[in-house]
Ligand binder design. Structure first.
Ligand code: AMP
Length: 117
């Protein structure tokens, strides 16, 4: 187990393949998988393999990792032929974060309202 991994973290467990997920992309730094309870026809979760609890805990040392997550998301969106999509990061419980391992939501396949709820 990586020294950064949190043994009880759901997404760390998915990264370690202890919990099954429908993986759509993986490289050495990033994993992307379908959300188990999709909020749109396409709903993919993109996570850094390194455990960072939430966006606001990321620092300069995570800049490359955050970039890798965004680039991976763009690649997944292209692979899934999404022409228009929404990217969401919930940071903190009041913003809707329920899994405290930093992740990007890639949502597509329907019209999205603005402002969001
Ligand atoms: P958030 O509420 O921003 O923390 O997003 C967490 C997301 O993880 C939610 O959209 C959940 O549906 C999703 N989720 C929870 N458990 C799993 C799982 N085992 N596999 C895939 N997605 C999950």
């Amino acid at each position: 187990m990586s020294p950064d991994a949190d043994p009880s973290c759901l997404f760390c467990r998915i990264v370690r393949k202890e919990i099954p997920a429908k993986i759509v992309f993986e490289d050495e730094r990033v994993l992307a998988f379908h959300d188990v309870a999709p909020k749109a026809p396409t709903h993919v979760i993109v996570v850094p393999k390194t455990h960072v609890a939430r966006l606001s805990e990321a620092g300069d040392e995570h800049a490359a990792l955050l970039g890798a997550c965004l680039v991976a998301l763009i690649g997944v969106a292209r692979m899934l032929s999404l022409d228009s999509y929404r990217v969401v990061v919930n940071d903190g419980a009041e913003a809707g974060q329920s899994v405290f391992h930093l992740h990007l939501h890639l949502l597509g396949g329907r019209i999205f309202a603005w402002p969001p709820g």
